[in-house]
Ligand binder design. Structure first.
Ligand code: C2O
Length: 570
């Protein structure tokens, strides 16, 4: 009797706890209307594609365990789809968003509701359009707080500031893309970088709109830095203030302090900043880290960190004092970029797969397609060619008649093949002087099959074809561990011995060192079609992508869910 009573009260407590748990998970129902809206930057107004007329788009704030139902209504003249960058979308590729990979785009006048649940993720992520270059203006922050009562592994400041770094073009980005697609040449670089949508003091017609962040002396804030730019890796720094890195791509890190961070397109980095300097005004600034031998936007975006007790100037020329400018690394300072990346460590011991079932070696880089008529207006790339990019010499082409995931689920043939090569078709000195005969990739829509729960290692090897470059490689549906990296060619005999299998950083986007390699590991525990691609949109358009088809495991809990009824059709 006594033991029964004890049992029942325990069961009662457990029941209460599970109710509390259920009660704390929320459903966030939102409407995202894709619509043109006049946006004035750099002295001129453009009809920018926005969400709900906002640029940058709305910030989503949710908790781990919450669900979202976001109805996207397309009132623009372009096809569109939205991607929730970094959300794992377990067994639910239908909500992932990349057009022609997991869904057909939402046509003008149509809508689609993205329904998904945050499962065991917390930190800074973001969302963006995943259709051609629409993400130039269609993006926003996606912030996931821990479950109620679940602690941070560091002292979390009261104030939290999203810092969205972007690129601005003084033209319709879709026209810039269309022109590049026609000529085969590289697209024009951006005209400005932005912080929360504003270029800042160093650009024409921008000063009055520069973003200002008031701060109390002694206060610590968390900056959630997101690189939402289309094509450029950036250095970011705040004058006179140190930054303590605590998280990258929604994974906590061992905290470390630095004066500058490097952040590639697609990546997020949380830093703590303490207002421990003289009361004053300080610029936060971002400008290019340019690892390639290619034109780039060499301008600098700024916002102002303003101590609330900053002194003002008296007498003539009254007003606010000029902000202090930070020291930024040189544009091609690969040493600083590498030193920064090499300091990242997972916050605790990481459950890295120790055995590898799938050992993949992928060359990533640019290429050139030869033209039969090099004088053609369509062949304005170097020496009458068209730019291309590839993984293992395969230049990825999106299907048109259906998405890969829908074709896979329905068993529809003719949309893709499953023969993506696990190693390059020919071995060569990838980072040396590559013979011209190896510069031309092959176009196709190839996928690579992975068994459910396979332990996967991928070595991403940059090539020097056209130019060595930092390629921010992003894998959908997964977080992976970055177990090693280096310059030159990966050496399979000596390099694995130096892998960090203890506390490697966990990410969803990692840059290849220019002229080097990076090794990642993950467990293929999420069935579906998942694209891996360079997050530089120029390179993605040129074909720097491939798709993993992760097979179902056993039973419903290891299999892709049924598609939602409103999933767009092609
Ligand atoms: Cu953030 Cu496939 O993208």
């Amino acid at each position: 009797m006594e033991s029964f009573r004890r049992f029942s009260s325990l069961a009662f407590i457990a029941l209460l706890a599970s109710f509390a748990f259920l009660a704390s998970a929320e459903l966030h129902v939102r409407e995202f209307v894709i619509q043109p809206k006049p946006v004035k930057r750099l002295c001129r107004t453009h009809e920018s594609i926005t969400v709900n007329g906002q640029f940058p788009g709305p910030t989503l704030e949710v908790r781990n365990g919450d669900s979202l139902a976001i109805t996207v209504i397309n009132r623009a003249r372009y096809n569109i789809s939205l991607h929730w960058h970094g959300i794992r979308q377990l067994r639910n590729p239908w909500a992932d968003g990349p057009e022609y990979i997991t869904q057909c785009p939402i046509r003008p006048g149509q809508s689609y509701t993205y329904r998904f649940t945050i499962e065991d993720q917390e930190g800074t992520l973001w969302w963006h359009a995943h259709s051609r270059w629409l993400r130039a203006t269609v993006y926003g922050a996606l912030i996931i707080y821990p479950r109620l009562g679940s602690p941070y592994p560091f002292h979390m400041p009261k104030r939290d500031i999203p810092i969205l770094l972007g690129e601005w073009r003084d033209r319709n980005p879709m026209d810039v893309l269309r022109q590049a697609q026609f000529t085969g040449a590289a697209a024009n670089v951006s005209d400005a970088y932005t912080i929360n949508g504003q270029p800042g003091d160093l650009y024409r017609c921008s000063r009055s709109e520069t973003v200002r962040f008031p701060i109390f002396p002694g206060e610590t804030v968390q900056l959630r830095v997101i690189n939402a730019g289309l094509n450029q890796e950036l250095f970011f720094s705040v004058a006179n203030h140190q930054l303590t890195v605590v998280e990258t791509d929604s994974a906590y890190t061992k905290p470390f302090t630095t004066s500058v961070i490097m952040i590639g397109p697609g990546q997020t980095t949380n830093v703590l900043l303490t207002a421990n300097q003289r009361p004053g005004r300080y610029y936060m600034a971002a400008r290019a880290y340019n690892s390639a031998n290619a034109p780039f936007d060499n301008t600098t975006t700024t916002a102002i960190l303003e101590y609330v007790n900053a002194p003002t100037r008296r007498g003539r020329g009254r007003g606010q004092i000029a902000p202090v400018f930070p020291v930024l690394p040189g544009f091609n300072d690969t040493a600083t970029a590498t030193a920064f990346s090499n300091r990242l460590r997972y916050w605790k011991r990481a459950p890295v797969p120790l055995q590898v079932d799938e050992n993949l070696f992928f060359t990533v880089g640019l290429g050139l397609i030869n033209c039969s008529n090099p004088n053609s207006p369509r062949c304005q790339g170097p020496n009458g060619t068209r730019f291309a990019a590839s993984i293992n010499n395969q230049s990825f082409v999106l299907p048109r008649r259906n998405s890969i995931m829908q074709a896979y689920y329905q068993g529809m043939p003719g949309i893709f093949t499953t023969d993506f090569p696990p190693v390059p078709p020919v071995q060569f000195d990838y980072t040396g002087n590559v013979s011209r005969g190896l510069w031309q990739p092959v176009k196709g829509t190839k996928t690579y099959k992975l068994k459910y729960k396979a332990n996967v290692q991928i070595v991403l090897q940059d090539t020097s074809i056209v130019t060595p470059e930092n390629h921010p490689m992003h894998l959908h549906g997964y977080q992976f561990y970055v177990v090693g990296s280096g310059f030159g060619n990966f050496n399979p005999r000596t390099d694995p011995a130096r892998f960090n299998l203890f506390d490697p950083p966990e990410r969803n986007t990692i840059g290849t060192p220019p002229g080097g390699w990076v090794a990642i590991r993950f467990v293929a525990d999420n069935p579906g079609a998942w694209i891996m691609h360079c997050h530089i949109d120029s390179h993605l358009g040129w074909g720097l992508a491939m798709v993993f088809l992760v097979e179902n495991g056993r039973g419903q809990l290891q299999s892709v869910q049924a598609p939602p009824l409103d999933l767009p059709r092609c």
